[in-house]
Design a protein around this ligand. Structure first.
Ligand code: ATP
Ligand code: MG
Length: 270
């Protein structure tokens, strides 16, 4: 199977005056055909772990351990080997849509580029791009395709980025906060897309703060704290019976739970 098997992964950043250890001895199996959620508070190492899979961390990062995939160690690939896999076999949707698009080129052109670069006819690539934008909730995909990224709202840019990440129909998708900045309806739409992708056989690692998304979408969840996995298991079990005080704290800090508490205080519990 094409599982992603992280074994004893650690990541250090060597900065001029200090060393930051962002990920510490993480072992985690992300199963093919499933959605694995990576949750935890800000700075816990979620993005760093997700980016380490595709060699996206840059020269200051020192990574040890291994990430097995189809008989190879992802951490031992050369830059050329990473490039051959990125986007087509394993795609990454980065956390910040603003910096992911080139501001000088139209969004549609950037989404179709990987397809035409691999030999697809322009008209077919265009059609596929417009279909995917429509699936991601855009009423007027042509207008979005003809826009520059800075002309899109945060939510629109986020969805356009999902289109870019999934356009090559990768086997694996690593999505970093794909619902960030989206309102409830758009979050639903993005969740629907990910479900559809899973039905199509795409495996996913989903980095998210959005515990509702994690609960609704993920098969398994790993909880990161300060670079370490503190809890891991089937999503339904983890949400129903959190084992650690940290997970209980994350659940209690959900916006809806806090709002309900505020209402209780403001309006009583009648
Ligand atoms: N390029 C880098 N150089 C130095 N330190 C970094 C670098 N990238 C991340 N870090 C540090 O690694 C730790 C983990 O960062 P990471 O971005 O993975 O957190 P996160 O869990 O994704 O947080 P958030 O939910 O806010 O996105 C943080 O302390 C961060 O400051
Ligand atoms: Mg992050």
């Amino acid at each position: 199977m094409n599982d992603l098997v992280m074994h004893d992964v650690s990541v250090c950043f060597h900065l001029p005056h200090t060393v930051v250890q962002a990920v510490k001895h993480v072992s985690l199996t992300c199963r093919a055909g499933q959605i694995t959620g990576l949750i935890g508070e800000s700075g816990s190492g979620k993005s760093v772990l997700g980016m380490s899979v595709l060699g996206l961390l840059g020269p200051t990062a020192q990574i040890t351990g291994s990430i097995g995939y189809r008989g190879r160690d992802m951490l031992a690939l050369t830059e050329d080997e990473y490039r051959a896999l990125r986007g087509s076999e394993i795609a990454f949707i980065p956390q910040n849509p603003r910096t992911a698009f080139d501001p000088l080129r139209k969004v549609g052109e950037q989404i179709t580029e990987p397809l035409t670069a691999r030999g697809m006819a322009k008209a077919e690539a265009q059609e596929r791009m417009l279909t995917r934008l429509a699936e991601l909730g855009f009423d007027d995909p042509r207008a979005v395709a003809a826009s520059y990224s800075f002309e899109l709202s945060g939510g629109m840019a986020q969805r356009a980025l999902c289109a870019l990440g999934t356009i090559q129909r990768p086997q694996w998708l690593i999505a970093d906060e794909p619902t960030k900045g989206l309102d409830a309806i758009l979050r639903q739409q993005v969740a629907t897309i990910f479900r559809k992708l899973r039905r199509e056989g795409v495996s996913m690692l989903m980095v998210t703060h959005d515990l509702h998304l994690a609960e609704a979408l993920c098969d398994r969840i790993a909880v990161l704290r300060d670079g370490t996995i503190v809890e891991e298991g089937p999503a339904a079990e983890l949400f129903a019976r959190p084992q650690t005080a940290y997970m209980q704290m994350l659940l209690a800090a959900r916006p809806d739970v806090l709002a309900a508490k505020r209402n209780e205080v403001a309006y009583g519990n009648a």
